[in-house]
Design a protein around this ligand. Sequence first.
Ligand SMILES: Cc1cc2nc3c(=O)[nH]c(=O)nc-3n(C[C@H](O)[C@H](O)[C@H](O)COP(=O)(O)OP(=O)(O)OC[C@H]3O[C@@H](n4cnc5c(N)ncnc54)[C@H](O)[C@@H]3O)c2cc1C
Ligand SMILES: NC(=O)c1ccc[n+]([C@@H]2O[C@H](COP(=O)([O-])OP(=O)(O)OC[C@H]3O[C@@H](n4cnc5c(N)ncnc54)[C@H](O)[C@@H]3O)[C@@H](O)[C@H]2O)c1
Length: 462
Amino acid sequence: MTHYDVVIIGTGSGNTIVNHRFADRKVAIVERGTFGGTCLNVGCIPTKMFVHTADLAAVPSTSSRYGVDEQLLGVRWPEIRDRIFGRIDPIAAAGSEYRHHHADNANVTVYDGTGRFTGPKELTVNGEQLTADQFVIAAGSRPIVPFIPGLEEAGFHTSDTIMRLEKLPRRLGIIGSGFVAAEFAHVFSSYGVEVTLIARSDLLLRHEDHDIATRFTEIAQGKYDVRLNHDTVRAVRRDDGPIALETLSPDGPDEVVVDEVLVAVGRRPNSDTMDLDRTGVEVDAEERVIVDEYQQTTVDGIYALGDVTSPQQLKHVANHEARVVKHNLLNPAERIKSDHRFVPHAVFSSPQIAGVGLSEEEARDRGIPYVVGIQQYADIAYGWAMEDTTGFAKVLADPETGQIIGCHILGPQASSVIQPVIQAMSFGLDAYSMARNQFWIHPAMSELIENALLKLKLQPKG
Ligand SMILES: Cc1cc2nc3c(=O)[nH]c(=O)nc-3n(C[C@H](O)[C@H](O)[C@H](O)COP(=O)(O)OP(=O)(O)OC[C@H]3O[C@@H](n4cnc5c(N)ncnc54)[C@H](O)[C@@H]3O)c2cc1C
Ligand SMILES: NC(=O)c1ccc[n+]([C@@H]2O[C@H](COP(=O)([O-])OP(=O)(O)OC[C@H]3O[C@@H](n4cnc5c(N)ncnc54)[C@H](O)[C@@H]3O)[C@@H](O)[C@H]2O)c1
């Protein structure tokens, strides 16, 4: 039995906690998978590297509109894949090597294996018993695979495996309609794969503001085959190789024949991997580890962060919570709270989507008074340059105070264009001051936000 001051389970955002400030503490880090976790190895980073390549591959399909005739001559999948993972895999390996062997980590022991609690603040890894004063549960989440008869036998991919395909399929069926489905539909369709997206719902990205989800769905329908209101009920691998996905919709049974299947119906927390009940840590109905505002679980001295606990499964959320946990481990008498008031998100599809705060439906349902400012990309100078016809920004604000309560953008660079709004909300800057009391570079894309703000019919100043 080895005793530690701190044991951390999971090397995604969990790995960011330990630095020189822990030099006087005996620390163990436990990881059962690839060092660095989801974002680095199978999440944010490789997907965005594929997305950028897809953005490039998609250019010729629209360039003639600008009088520039381009042709996509080919997509060298093995080269794209190997360039991306040729960069990422060494980073993961170097992270592992650093923690295992570097002098900076003389106080850190890495256990490569699954950590399971065996008693209060007692963990077993590879048959070794560990105890600690403080634990951090940073065990992340994993793809959900729904039960669909025949799917297991037919074979399928999740986001964990699809990026390492041997070769590009001719046809790809994607089951799901959220972030992962939207991003990979863009990637593979831009590479020339015939994508069929099978959505159980009547709208893609249905958790977005309704106007955004509706516009995105319309655009997607023009780019690849989108089957709305389709439930996948069976999968059959045919003798000659392809997979038939049998679906049921209000119009009756249907079938999609594809060469590969990507399942993208959400992720579940990894709280079930470590026998949490043995140490008294409680989970909620969706099996997320319950934490308080200090990121502490129901057990004193056991903290949790990231996808294993957060309803918003986003890297910037996991990183924020890791910073809070780090502080609270080091300063138990002066703990700080995490702040989830203005968590933004972006979908790196085509077009991009970004959002922060309340959707219009949420504001309405909660009875919160609001005014709306909508600005089309088509009506700002940079939008003219881009010949954009579909993108827009929608800002919601309190009519009296001008405080921004939500912002939703669909269009080029939405994930960056939204940042000043996140800043304004985080620092309490009202919409009118934000619009009027600074210069906005002309004719930059950010004028989208300036104009949306100016369109808000604010009561006191507008
Ligand atoms: C395809 C995809 C794209 C994404 N893109 C974005 C994006 O663009 N922007 C964004 O903000 N977010 C994105 N995300 C979400 C983001 O990756 C996650 O929110 C983030 O990585 C969660 O970090 P974490 O530290 O909580 O968990 P993880 O990074 O998953 O780390 C948890 C680690 O714990 C280990 N573990 C689990 N159980 C045990 C155990 N019992 N013992 C030992 N080790 C264990 C796991 O092996 C894993 O390595 C994406 C996710 C996916 C899947
Ligand atoms: N850009 C980003 O930040 C980014 C990118 C990818 C993933 N992520 C994170 O990872 C999480 C998981 O992504 P995701 O796309 O797998 O999940 P998601 O929650 O975004 O979407 C899953 C969708 O699948 C639908 N669904 C659920 N069960 C189904 C079933 N049996 N059949 C058909 N459809 C079903 C749901 O209604 C939902 O619309 C996201 O919620 C997000 O937090 C973030």
